[in-house]
Design a protein around this ligand. Structure first.
Ligand SMILES: *[C@@H]1O[C@H](CO)[C@@H](O)[C@H](O)[C@H]1NC(C)=O
Ligand SMILES: *[C@@H]1O[C@H](CO)[C@@H](O)[C@H](O)[C@H]1NC(C)=O
Ligand SMILES: *[C@@H]1O[C@H](CO)[C@@H](O)[C@H](O)[C@H]1NC(C)=O
Ligand SMILES: *[C@@H]1O[C@H](CO)[C@@H](O)[C@H](O)[C@H]1NC(C)=O
Length: 438
């Protein structure tokens, strides 16, 4: 069989169209992408900015390190010519985990169409989840060479979940959803690295400031901070673990968690080992125990027996330095007079808390900058809270303990890279140069 001339012409037009389509997206391949992230003063949530829809709108969404995917409120003010519901039984639906099929009868409109794929957007702050349509729309972000934001790039059909207005309750004011950086196949890291074929890695650097942005990088380093500090050079590494039992609000049996767990093997306070129940440090078959990292918990949460052991060790170490205890200030139980506490480059001069991790001599040292919270001029408190008996996860390392550190999550090799406080390298997470070079 031979092609007729017309077939050939049609075919080559088709190929041309295909080629121009592809080149529009791939002529510039960004090495990495960058998003700003700012701490909200009233909720202590970390809020990032994405550009979605056609015409593009800038949206504030709460950063959720362990969240499964991006979800936004589709009920209110969703206007876009490029919104597409994801059909039931489509390839995108199975990527999204295929929680079911829906027929919404008040539509068609964003968030409400027939024969669509359903997921469960999860407000991980209030622990509320609701069924919502899976959809695709264009998402735009700035590329980066590691030093500045550069030209913008677009993922034309970024997959996300539709939440509802009521699901926003408890989130920072002005936000319209949550950006999940978890390991799910439709999580931001997986979709962005697939769209631009860069390393399945991302990094976060949370700022302590309510007015100056910290940063999220998708892709590999360099990660440069003013004045000329390449923070990836300071990373130490420890394995990331997968909790075999989902920690999401709604899940099917046998589904693993999309959150990031690490192996804390022991804890030291002022270089002395604290006696702990080691069973609590590992994840059991029901998915209980272990240590995870979370950006929706403002402070580290410790199971009661761990909380008691660590705070008692801290109180007695502090006493040897004449740092005296004063009544707690909620949510903190353990507070001190600032009288004998000096300020240092690494924060208040208090005993260090070391998380001894899986790996050869890998230690996450929490210095005063990340352990002590100044509640007023005279009082500072240990920024850890009691998580009660039998919590799902024994140690949840929260936002305050992550600030001014660079954390890099490598999904391909299941490895966490973390630095000690960047204050030691004379920079902070507020020092990424957001002046665009585009
Ligand atoms: C949704 O409606 C379509 C068309 O009416 C029908 O074929 C399909 O079975 C319905 N699906 C569900 C989940 O009800
Ligand atoms: C240690 O923790 C496990 C899990 O909660 C519990 O079953 C066990 O009784 C604890 N052991 C001690 C000695 O308290
Ligand atoms: C602690 O205070 C006592 C009494 O005020 C004093 O004698 C001692 O030298 C102080 N110790 C330190 C380490 O500052
Ligand atoms: C930030 O980046 C811009 C663009 O490259 C540059 O002109 C500016 O000097 C940088 N700022 C600092 C403080 O280095």
């Amino acid at each position: 069989m031979a092609f007729s001339d017309t077939t050939f012409v049609n075919l080559s037009i088709f190929m041309l169209l295909l080629a121009s389509n592809v080149s529009a997206q791939s002529s510039f391949r960004p090495p990495a992408l960058v998003l700003p992230v700012r701490k909200d003063a009233s909720t202590l949530q970390y809020v990032t900015k994405i550009n979605q829809r056609t015409p593009s709108v800038s949206l504030n969404v709460v950063l959720d390190l362990g969240g499964q995917f991006l979800w936004v409120d589709c009920d209110k003010n969703y206007i876009s010519s490029t919104y597409r519901p994801v059909r039931c039984r489509s390839a995108q639906c199975s990527l999204a985990g295929n929680d079911g099929c829906g027929n919404c009868t008040n539509g068609p409109k964003p968030g409400c169409n027939t024969n669509t794929c359903v997921v469960f957007p999860d407000n991980t702050v209030t622990h509320t989840a609701t069924g919502g349509e899976v959809a695709q729309d264009s998402l735009t972000a700035a590329s980066t060479d590691g030093s500045n934001p550069g030209r913008s790039v677009t993922v034309p059909q970024f997959i996300f979940g539709c939440g509802s207005t009521f699901l926003l309750k408890g989130l920072a004011s002005g936000t319209v959803g949550m950006a999940g950086l978890g390991r799910a196949r439709i999580g931001l890291p997986s979709q962005l690295s697939a769209a631009f074929s860069f390393h399945k890695k991302f990094a976060i650097c949370l700022s302590t400031s309510y007015t100056v942005d910290g940063v999220v990088f998708f892709g590999d380093g360099p990660y440069n901070f003013l004045p000329n500090v390449e923070a990836a050079g300071f990373l130490q590494y420890t394995p990331l673990f997968i909790n075999p039992v989902s920690t999401a609000g709604v899940s099917s049996q046998g589904e693993p968690s999309d959150e990031y767990f690490i192996g804390v093997k022991s804890i030291r306070v002022g270089e002395k080992a604290v006696k702990l129940n080691n069973t609590l440090l590992t994840i059991d078959r029901q998915g209980y125990g272990g240590t995870k990292i979370s950006t929706v918990n403002p402070y580290t949460v410790l199971e009661t027996s761990i909380f008691k052991a660590v705070t008692n060790a801290f109180i007695s170490e502090a006493a040897t330095r004449n740092i005296s205890r004063v009544p707690g200030v909620a949510p903190f139980e353990v507070c001190f007079s600032s009288e004998n506490v000096l300020g240092t480059r690494l924060g208040a001069s208090v005993p260090y808390i070391d998380l001894v991790l899986q790996g050869q001599n890998v230690v996450w040292t929490i210095t005063g900058s990340n352990s002590m919270v100044y509640v007023n001029d005279n009082v500072l408190c240990l920024g850890f809270v009691d998580g009660g008996l039998n919590p799902r996860t024994s140690i949840v390392i929260g936002g305050y303990q992550l600030e001014d550190l660079l954390l890099q999550f490598d999904l391909a090799t299941s490895r966490l890279g973390f630095t000690s406080t960047l204050l030691g390298a004379q920079t902070t997470c507020s020092n990424f140069n957001f002046t665009s070079t585009a």
